[in-house]
Design a protein around this ligand. Structure first.
Ligand code: TYD
Length: 228
């Protein structure tokens, strides 16, 4: 007889990774995902309980939008904000919400905070506009935890310069742009410290991952103590 699946504190939780370009966010997310997969997470229906996804580009529609945004020609700042919001609407509706509804743990490489940091602070668009176009995209869905990989601008610039792949359109934006983006991230974390873990992202990958894991485990333990 099948043993019943116990609800875990991770069931139906939404965790986002955020950070400026060159913070090492994608590498750290993959390492955490690999460690959690090794634990054999399953959801209530017995399907794999871990969904790893990203914005932009977490859906078929989003892959097209991502290509337009990052590798196309010049994009007007408002058009850019709308395209990120369109990607997010499709992603939240067809990937994130269904995964959470079936009890999966969702790890997302970026979400709304990226638009708050890059479009408001980086592109200097009105906060009202960016929030307004994103409200229907997220429908109010907020991550249970956002892991912010915080790195100084010189470390980020060095990492990007050493990277083998060609810089995309946003990575080529100037140092001031990226400094503003990083500051907005820190401000967002300071406004809601219970939903954020700010992780120092300079140093060897394994050491940063140990800090990411410790932050994740700390929040997971707190989820275990509180009923949803
Ligand atoms: P990302 O996938 O992190 O880039 P990479 O895979 O090259 O590390 O993000 C792509 C770029 O899109 C990044 O420069 C940040 C930007 N971005 C925004 O400006 N606004 C947004 O809402 C999102 C999700 C990303």
């Amino acid at each position: 007889m099948d043993s019943p699946t116990l609800a875990s504190p991770l069931t139906g939780r939404f965790v986002a990774f955020e950070g400026g370009d060159g913070a090492g966010k994608s590498t750290q997310l993959e390492l955490l995902a690999a460690a959690l997969r090794a634990q054999g997470l399953v959801d209530a229906t017995g399907r794999p309980g871990l969904v790893v996804t990203r914005e932009p580009g977490g859906t078929a529609l989003g892959v097209g939008i991502r290509d337009l945004l990052l590798h196309g020609g010049a994009v007007d700042a408002v058009a850019e904000a709308l395209l990120y919001a369109a990607d997010r609407a499709q992603h939240v509706a067809t990937v994130v919400r269904p995964a959470l509804a079936r009890g999966a743990l969702v790890l997302a490489d970026r979400c709304l905070d990226s638009s708050l940091a890059y479009q408001i602070e980086g592109r200097q668009l009105a906060e009202e506009l960016v929030r307004a176009v994103n409200a229907p995209a997220t429908g109010g869905l907020t991550p249970d935890l956002t892991i912010l990989l915080d790195v100084g601008q010189d470390v980020a610039a060095t990492r990007l310069a050493e990277s083998e792949r060609a810089a995309d359109r946003l990575e080529r934006a100037g140092g001031d742009f990226h400094r503003r983006v990083n500051q907005r991230y820190r401000d967002l974390a300071a406004e809601a410290p219970e939903r954020y873990a700010v992780v120092a992202a300079a140093g060897p990958v394994a050491e940063v991952q140990a800090r990411v894991r410790a932050a994740f485990d700390r929040h997971a333990a707190a989820w275990g103590r509180t009923a949803r």
